[in-house]
Design a protein around this ligand. Structure first.
Ligand SMILES: Nc1nc2c(ncn2[C@@H]2O[C@H](COP(=O)(O)OP(=O)(O)OP(=O)(O)O)[C@@H](O)[C@H]2O)c(=O)[nH]1
Ligand SMILES: [Mg+2]
Length: 762
C-alpha cells in the first residue's frame, strides 16, 4: 500500500470467482486499458497461481490505477485471486474495500457457485464489504454462433469448449442472484470492452459510500454517488450479407468466339489473308464498318442472306413437326420488321413446325460495291454453297486498302474480341493510325496512351479501354436487333438475337446451335415458359456482361431462366440487383413494411432457384425487422422452419429487448424517486421558519406561487423592523431580549451581519 498520493483514497478491490471465468482478463483490461483481439482471447487459458504486486513493479500500472470518481481522487488497487475453491484467500480479503464476485455468462455452474460457495466465503472474511456480482464474457451471448469464433474453437478443440446456447446465463438470472443477496449486478466483456470501466468506477463508488458511512466526517466523500445502473449491451447486428459474383468470363467467351468462328458471317481481306469475323462485332467496334455494313448495299444483302439461308422453326424443349408451305416461308424471309405479324400468321396455321428449305428459293446474285474509304476498298456479299456446320451461308467480304497491314488488322481484331494487344510497342504508331481510319476510338486512345506513356503491356490495364465496347453491343443489338440471325418465340412476344454470341456466352445455347439439332439451322426458336422481360435481361447480360435494374417482384422468372441456362454469374448479378433495389427502397421509405412483404414472399422461392446469397440477405433483413415480420401478411408464404429460424435469430435478441425495457423502467423509477425527494425537501424547507438559506433560490409558497428566498440583509431589515416595533422605548413597554438561533452551517457574513444589526437595534 505504498506510493499513496496525498489527498488520494486508496481502494482495494478483490476479484474472486471460479476458475476461467475471466478474472485475470478483466483486471488486465482495466489495468492496461487495451482491447483484446479474438485471437488473443482464444489462446489457452493459464490459471492464476499466485498474484504479483504489479503496482510495485510497474510505474505505468500504478499510474493507471489513479482515477477521479465523483470528484474524489482514488487509487484503485486490484487484487487477482485464483479460482481454486480449496485455496486460502484470507490474505487477499484482508482490509478489502470492495469485492467483485465474477462468473462467466457461458458457465451456469460458475453462477451457481457464486451463491453456494463464494458469497458465504466473502461474507465470512469481509462481513461489511460491498460486493458487485459481475457476469464476465458477455460477448459470448452473441459470439457463440459467430463463424470466426466457431472456427477458432474448432482449431483449439480439446482445450477450448465451444459454448452452446443452453450454456448461456441470461442477465435476469444474474440479476436475480444479485437481488437475493442485495448486491449490485454488472456485466463485462474484454472483447468488446463493454462495462470494463463502468464496473470498476461503480466498485469505487460502492467502496467510497461504505467508507463514508463509517467515517462521516470525511467531507471529500460528500459528493460520491450510489453505483449507477448499467445500460444493457446490445449485440451488434450481424453483418449484411454481400453478393460476390462469380468472376466474369466475358472476354474469354468473346476470345472463343474469334477462335471458333461460330457462325462468322464476314471475311476481312488484308493483302493475301482473310480474317473470318462477325459483322455485329465489327460494326459495334469500328464506325467505318458500322457505316459500311449498315449501307444500302449491305442491307440489300440482308434480303439475299435471309432468302439463301435455311428458314426453319424449331423450339427449345418442344418437339416440332410438320411443314410450312411456301407463302409462309416467303413472309418470314421478306420482312424481319414484321416478325410479330408473321409469327402470328405462322401460329395460326401450325405452331412450332419445321420449315424446310424450299426448292423454289432462288440463289441471289452476288452483290459487289467499291468503297470510297481510305481503309476499305470494296464490299461483296456472296453465298457459299458448301459451308461448315455452324457457319453462316452468306458471307460479307470486305477488302481492306494497303494502308492497313495484315499484322495491324490482326491486332485490331484481337483487341475487339479479347480486349488485349499482343504486339510490341513499336507497332503502336501503325495501330493508332489504323484505329483512327476505322473509327475505333477505344483502340485509338489505348495506342496513343501507350505511345505517350511508353507503358509496357498490361492485360488488365488494356482491358479498361475495352469496357465501352460491350455496352455498345448491348445498345446496338439488344435494343435494336441489327444483323440478327435468330428469332426467339417467347410467351409474350418475339426477340431477335445473334447465334454466335449466344453460343460463346451460354453453354446450353452452344450445345443447341452447334450440335446436330434442328435448332442449329432454324431461324425461329420457340422458348416456352420465358417472358420478354426475362429474356431481354438475359440478352443484356450476354452482350454486355451487365444487367439493368431488376424489379424485385419479377426476379424469380429471371433466376429461373438463369438456372435453366446454367448461368451462375447471371444468378449473382440478379441477386445483387435485387438487393440494391430493396436497399434503395429502404432508404427512400425508411425500412417500411412493403419491403418486408416483398422479402417474405421471396425468401423461400429464391432458395429453390439457387439464389443463396439473396436468401441470406432476405433472412438478414427479416431478422432485423422481426416485429414487422410478425405483422406481415406475407408471413404465410414461409414455412414453420423458416419462421423458427427468424424468431431464433431476430435482432436485437429477445433477451436484449427485455433487458432494455427493464433498464428503462429502472431509470424512470429512479428519476421519479429523485423528483419526489426534491419535492419533499422543498416542502420541508418552506415549512421551516427562522433563519433562511443564503442562496437566492426559488421556492414554492403555499399559494403555489414561486418566490425567491430572501437574502440575508432582507432578513436583517425585517428583524430590525420587528425589533423597533417591540422597542420598549418606543412602545413604552418592557425590555425584552431577542435570541436569534443561527443553525450550524450558515455562520457567515450574512449571519454576522444579522447579529451586528441586532446588536445595534438593541
Ligand atoms: N470471449 C471472451 N473470452 C474471455 C473473456 N474474458 C476472458 N476470456 C477467456 O476466458 C479464459 C479464462 O480467462 P482468465 O481471465 O484467465 O480466467 P481466470 O478467471 O483468471 O481463471 P483462473 O486464473 O484460473 O482463476 C481465457 O481463455 C480468456 O481468453 C471475455 O470477456 N470474452
Ligand atoms: Mg486468473
Amino acid at each position: 500500500m505504498d506510493n499513496e498520493q496525498p489527498h488520494q483514497e486508496l481502494v482495494k478491490c478483490v476479484v474472486v470467482g471460479d476458475t476461467a471465468v475471466g478474472k485475470t482478463r478483466l483486471i488486465c483490461a482495466r489495468a492496461c486499458n487495451k482491447h483484446v483481439s479474438l485471437a488473443q482471447l482464444m489462446t489457452t487459458h493459464v490459471p492464476t497461481v499466485w498474484a504479483i504486486d504489479q503496482y510495485r513493479i510497474y510505474k505505468d500500472v500504478l499510474e493507471r490505477s489513479w482515477e477521479v470518481v465523483d470528484g474524489v481522487n482514488v487509487s484503485l488497487r486490484l487484487w487477482d485471486t485464483f479460482g481454486d475453491h480449496e485455496k486460502d484467500r484470507r490474505f487477499a480479503y484482508g482490509r478489502s474495500d470492495v469485492v467483485l464476485l465474477c462468473f462467466s455468462v457461458t458457465n451456469p455452474i460458475s453462477l451457481r457457485n457464486c451463491g453456494a460457495m463464494w458469497y458465504p466465503e466473502i461474507r465470512r472474511f469481509c462481513p461489511n464489504t460491498p460486493i458487485l456480482l459481475v457476469g464476465c464474457k458477455n460477448d459470448l451471448r452473441y459470439m457463440y454462433r459467430d463463424e470466426t469464433y466457431l472456427s477458432y474453437c474448432k482449431d483449439r478443440s480439446p482445450f477450448i469448449r465451444t459454448p452452446r446456447k443452453s450454456d448461456l446465463v441470461m442477465p435476469d438470472q444474474g440479476r436475480a442472484l444479485a437481488a437475493e443477496f442485495g448486491i449490485y449486478y454488472y456485466e463485462t466483456s474484454v472483447f468488446t470492452y463493454y462495462g470494463i470501466n463502468e464496473v470498476f468506477e461503480n466498485a469505487i463508488r460502492a467502496a467510497l459510500i461504505a467508507r463514508r458511512q463509517q467515517r462521516f466526517w470525511m467531507t471529500n466523500l460528500k459528493r460520491v454517488q450510489r453505483p449507477f445502473l448499467q445500460a444493457p449491451f446490445r449485440p451488434p447486428r450481424p453483418l449484411e450479407p454481400d453478393v460476390v459474383p462469380v468472376n466474369s468470363s466475358y472476354l474469354e467467351n468473346t476470345a472463343t468466339l474469334l477462335r471458333q468462328q461460330y457462325f462468322s458471317d464476314m471475311v476481312i481481306i488484308c493483302g493475301a489473308k482473310g480474317f473470318p469475323v462477325h459483322r455485329f462485332m465489327m460494326a459495334a467496334a469500328c464506325e467505318a464498318f458500322n457505316r459500311l455494313l449498315a449501307s444500302d448495299c449491305a442491307r440489300g444483302a440482308e434480303l439475299a442472306r435471309s432468302s439463301s439461308e435455311s428458314s426453319m422453326v424449331s423450339s427449345m424443349g418442344e418437339a416440332t413437326t410438320g411443314d410450312f408451305n411456301e407463302d409462309t416461308e416467303y413472309l418470314i424471309r421478306q420482312d424481319q420488321a414484321k416478325q410479330m405479324r408473321v409469327w402470328d400468321q405462322i401460329k395460326r396455321r401450325s405452331s412450332c413446325q419445321i420449315l424446310p428449305l424450299s426448292d423454289s428459293c432462288k440463289k441471289p446474285p452476288d452483290l459487289y460495291r467499291e468503297v470510297n474509304h481510305p481503309a476499305i476498298n470494296s464490299i461483296r456479299v456472296v453465298k457459299c454453297d458448301k459451308i461448315q456446320h455452324a457457319t453462316s451461308q452468306t458471307q460479307t467480304i470486305v477488302t481492306m486498302s494497303k494502308l492497313i497491314s495484315q499484322a495491324v488488322m490482326q491486332e485490331v481484331i484481337n483487341f475487339i474480341y479479347t480486349g488485349t494487344l499482343d504486339s510490341a510497342a513499336f507497332k503502336q504508331q501503325e495501330i493508332r493510325q489504323a484505329a483512327e481510319l476505322l473509327g475505333f476510338h477505344e483502340l485509338t486512345k489505348l495506342s496513343q496512351f501507350i505511345l505517350d506513356q511508353h507503358l509496357l503491356f498490361d492485360k488488365v490495364f488494356m482491358q479498361q479501354f475495352h469496357t465501352p465496347l460491350p455496352q455498345r453491343l448491348r445498345e446496338m443489338y439488344v435494343e435494336r436487333s441489327l444483323f440478327a440471325d435468330v428469332t426467339f418465340d417467347l410467351d409474350d412476344g418475339i426477340h431477335l438475337a445473334h447465334r454466335a454470341i449466344l453460343m460463346a456466352r451460354c453453354d446450353p445455347m452452344k450445345a443447341m446451335f452447334q450440335g446436330h439439332f434442328r435448332e442449329s439451322t432454324s431461324r425461329m426458336i420457340s422458348f416456352p415458359g420465358v417472358k420478354m422481360y426475362a429474356f431481354h435481361i438475359l440478352l443484356c447480360y450476354i452482350y454486355s456482361d451487365k444487367i439493368p435494374v431488376v424489379e424485385p417482384t419479377r426476379c424469380l422468372e429471371l433466376l429461373e431462366l438463369a438456372n435453366r441456362l446454367c448461368m451462375n454469374r447471371l444468378v449473382n448479378l440478379v441477386e445483387a440487383r435485387v438487393i440494391d433495389q430493396l436497399q434503395h427502397q429502404d432508404r427512400l421509405c425508411g425500412e417500411d413494411d412493403e419491403v418486408v412483404e416483398i422479402v417474405l414472399a421471396l425468401l423461400e422461392p429464391v432458395k429453390l432457384h439457387n439464389a443463396h446469397n439473396l436468401a441470406d440477405w432476405c433472412v438478414w433483413r427479416l431478422c432485423g425487422a422481426y416485429d414487422r415480420v410478425c405483422r406481415a401478411r406475407a408471413l404465410r408464404h414461409i414455412g414453420p422452419a423458416s419462421r423458427d429460424y427468424l424468431c431464433e435469430n431476430r435482432w436485437p435478441p429477445v433477451w436484449y429487448v427485455k433487458e432494455y425495457d427493464y433498464y428503462q423502467k429502472c431509470v424512470s423509477e429512479q428519476l421519479k424517486a429523485q423528483k419526489d425527494i426534491r419535492l419533499t425537501g422543498s416542502v420541508q424547507a418552506s415549512q421551516h421558519t427562522g433563519c433562511l438559506c443564503f442562496t437566492g433560490k426559488v421556492r414554492r409558497e403555499s399559494d403555489g406561487r414561486l418566490r425567491t428566498r430572501r437574502a440575508p440583509y432582507a432578513v436583517a431589515r425585517r428583524l430590525r423592523r420587528r425589533t423597533r416595533r417591540s422597542d420598549p422605548s418606543r412602545a413604552g413597554g418592557e425590555t425584552s431580549i431577542i435570541i436569534i438561533i443561527i443553525p450550524r452551517g450558515i455562520l457567515g457574513a450574512g449571519a454576522g451581519m444579522i447579529s451586528e444589526r441586532v446588536k445595534i437595534n438593541r
